[in-house]
Structures are given as C-alpha cells and as structure tokens.
Design a protein around this ligand. Sequence first.
Ligand SMILES: Cc1cc2nc3c(=O)[nH]c(=O)nc-3n(C[C@H](O)[C@H](O)[C@H](O)COP(=O)(O)O)c2cc1C
Length: 197
Amino acid sequence: MRKPINDHALDQIFRDARSYNVWSDEEVPDETLTQLYDLLKWGPTSANCFPMRLVFLKSQKAKARIKPHLIEGNVNKVMTSPVTVIIAYDMKFYDRIPELFPHNPGARDWFAHDEKVAFDTAFRNGTLQGAYLMIAARALGLDCGPMSGFDNAGVDKEFFPDGQFKSNFLCALGVGTDELLFGRSPRPAFDTVAEIL
Ligand SMILES: Cc1cc2nc3c(=O)[nH]c(=O)nc-3n(C[C@H](O)[C@H](O)[C@H](O)COP(=O)(O)O)c2cc1C
C-alpha cells in the first residue's frame, strides 16, 4: 500500500469538513477555480466518459439568475456565497468518447443507442464528479455548501436552454463560518451499513 495522507489532510477533507450555510467575506479567486478543476478532473469515470459540466456563479448578476429557482432555505446561502457552482451533466457525453477514450473510440456506441444506459451513465458519473469536486475543494482549503433544494427544470431552462445539459446539484464554495451550523450529525457504524464477506 502507498503511504496514507497525513491526519491534517484527513481532518480537513473528511473528519472536520462540514456543510456550511454562512460565508466569510474571503473571496475565491478564479485561479482557485481552475486549480479545483485541475484536481477533480483526475477522478475516475466509466470509460472516461466525463459527463460533468460546471457553471460557476460568481457575480451578483449570475447569482440573481438562479435565485428564483432556489427553495427559500437556500437563497441566502447562494446569494452571499463567494461562488456557487451548478454541477450538471451532459446528456450527449458519448459524442466525446472517441476523444476521451482513444483506446476504444467505439465505446461511444455502448451509450449512444440506449437512452436509459446513457442517462444512468451520465447521472452516475456526473454525481461522482460532483463528489470529486467537494473533495478537491476541501483539499484546497475551501469549504462547501452542497444543495439539492432547487427547481432543476427551472435552472435547466435558465442556464441550459437547448436541453443537452441537466443540473444535478449546487455547491456553494468559500470560507464557511460557524453561524447557523448545527452540531455534527451522527454517521452509522460500520456494522450497520457494511459487511465483509
Ligand atoms: C447532494 C446534497 C444536497 C444537499 N442539499 C441541501 C439543501 O438543499 N439545503 C441544505 O441546507 N443542505 C443541503 N445539504 C447538506 C446536508 O444536509 C449535509 O451535508 C448533511 O446534513 C451532513 O452535514 P455535514 O456535512 O455538516 O456533516 C445537501 C448535501 C448534499 C451532499
């Protein structure tokens, strides 16, 4: 086995990482967003299909476009965040398989002719990529505020009107504060959710 990353890193990425609701004034430079992408892109997807699409909402003007589609409890979290990213997936991800999976360009056909397989693949791998984004963000020292409380259809109409991309979830990014942070909720014990056969 390789050497494990150290406890500081494990605390920052997992044990001390929380889902934040309120943000400090500290900005997130565009350069940090490209660093974030340059880490998360290495997370694996099936046949390297890479369905993720990202829209970073940084300006007030951009955030105002999503505001009407948020549940009330998420409005402040988004509007006061330094940046909120729409994590979406490409329903036609398979068109890029010849480029992204060069050792088997024909893998495009595994997905292109079966809508259900294509959707399942896009959603599964796009969701994984959203998780990679949160892990990468925390590794870079950013805090996350993931949210699924919004009207996906409304967001898709506003940001992806041609129907090719579908929103999955949102993630506010910045430096979180303890305000409105409830106590850490428990996680089930290993034996409750896992078995080793
Ligand atoms: C995909 C996803 C969607 C979520 N949606 C919302 C949301 O819409 N509003 C909200 O306040 N919290 C939302 N949460 C936050 C969760 O409630 C939170 O991550 C969970 O309670 C664990 O909290 P902790 O990370 O601080 O331990 C969401 C989390 C995830 C991962």
